[in-house]
Design a protein around this ligand. Structure first.
Ligand SMILES: NC(=O)c1ccc[n+]([C@@H]2O[C@H](COP(=O)([O-])OP(=O)(O)OC[C@H]3O[C@@H](n4cnc5c(N)ncnc54)[C@H](OP(=O)(O)O)[C@@H]3O)[C@@H](O)[C@H]2O)c1
Length: 322
């Protein structure tokens, strides 16, 4: 079996995690790395004994690279992935698919026309917990409402990146990690409403504190609401998550899902193992699997909601999605 020669873009938290995973995988040869950050780039390249290039264009032009893993911030996902697909590389891309909707739609078209794999790295694709949730939802019937609340005190390790509309997009786009599984469970959304408030917002898109809310109505019935307040005065992060279904309510408590009905409450049955890692799934897809195509539609739908909420908040109106 010929090894898939992989190039990696970025040297931050996710790049380090992906490099460690791909480097130990049979049938994969981590070949080169490109980083904007000279210090973290040199450290990562040295750790894995790979060549360090100073710009991603140079990596994409290399003929000895079959696939590219893009682990940069949200604003550069689409430009780098587009160039990589056009250069005939398979792409492993951190979520979200793109910072802007038109970029995301163009990427999906490009993946289809080039026939190269575009795997967006949503963890639910391989997760036993998500499979467990899917089974429970199927048993409990239609969705009435999904509720998600997140309250976070600080601004994170890299506030200049996360608390920045230009670089990362609105917090309603950060919800993508939670929107993706709901789309997979309940199908596409018909409309979205949004609310956004930023304190200390400056001309570069950076801000100090936010409250963001998105509400969607699903084509198949039921609504979902996400609220996140970040950089707020609270002693520790808190998160609440409920799926209210016709036959019972699922709640995420203390790191696991509980099912609650009129008859009582219980934890969902024990989890199996994750089916694959995302990295091993990607290598399989490069060798001929095609699950990434259907997932790409879910990844696109998820950014459509996050970015639709941004438009809805700015214009004070409900945005129709389908
Ligand atoms: N799958 C998951 O579980 C998961 C979890 C967290 C995050 N994510 C996603 O993963 C992505 C990266 O997150 P992270 O936490 O790793 O962020 P991070 O620690 O800020 O790392 C981002 C890296 O990308 C580099 N970079 C940014 N723009 C670039 C460009 N145009 N060209 C070359 N390098 C560039 C940064 O360089 P500098 O050091 O010079 O800024 C940094 O090395 C985000 O899109 C995030 O949404 C996924």
């Amino acid at each position: 079996m010929k090894a898939i020669r992989l190039g990696l873009v970025g040297s931050g938290g996710m790049a380090q995690r992906r490099a460690a995973a791909f480097a130990t995988m049979e049938g994969c040869q981590l070949t080169a790395l490109t980083a904007r950050n000279a210090r973290t780039g040199a450290e990562l390249a040295q750790r894995h004994e790979v060549e360090l290039l100073s710009h991603w264009q140079a990596l994409i032009e290399r003929i000895d690279i079959d696939a590219v893993a893009i682990c940069t911030n949200n604003d550069s996902h689409a430009p780098i992935a587009t160039a990589a697909l056009k250069a005939g590389k398979h792409v492993f891309l951190e979520y979200p698919l793109a910072r802007r909707l038109d970029e995301g739609e163009a990427l999906v078209d490009l993946a289809q026309t080039t026939g190269k794999v575009l795997r967006v790295a949503h963890p639910e694709v391989v997760s036993a917990e998500h499979r467990q949730l899917k089974k429970a939802v199927a048993f409990l019937g239609g969705l009435l409402v999904a509720l998600f609340t997140r309250l976070t005190p600080g601004r994170g390790a890299r506030p200049e990146v996360l608390f920045n509309l230009r670089v990362s997009g609105p917090p309603s786009l950060f919800f993508v990690y939670h929107v993706y599984p709901l789309i997979d469970l309940f199908g596409p959304a018909a409309w979205v409403e949004g609310y956004a408030h930023y304190d200390g917002l400056n001309a570069d898109g950076a801000y100090e504190r936010f409250v963001n809310r998105a509400v969607v109505g699903f084509v198949g019935g039921g609504t979902a609401q996400w609220t996140w307040a970040g950089g707020i005065a609270i002693s520790r992060a808190e998160q609440y998550e409920h799926l209210v279904l016709e036959g019972g309510t699922l709640a995420y408590e203390a790191d696991s899902w509980c099912r609650s009905t009129a008859a009582g409450a219980e934890s969902l049955p024990p989890l199996g193992d994750d089916e694959h890692s995302l990295e091993s799934l990607f290598l399989k897809e490069v060798r001929g699997g095609d699950g990434w195509c259907a997932d790409l539609d879910v990844a696109l739908e998820a950014i459509r909601i996050g970015l639709g909420a941004e438009v809805a908040a700015a214009e004070g109106r409900r945005v129709a999605l389908s």
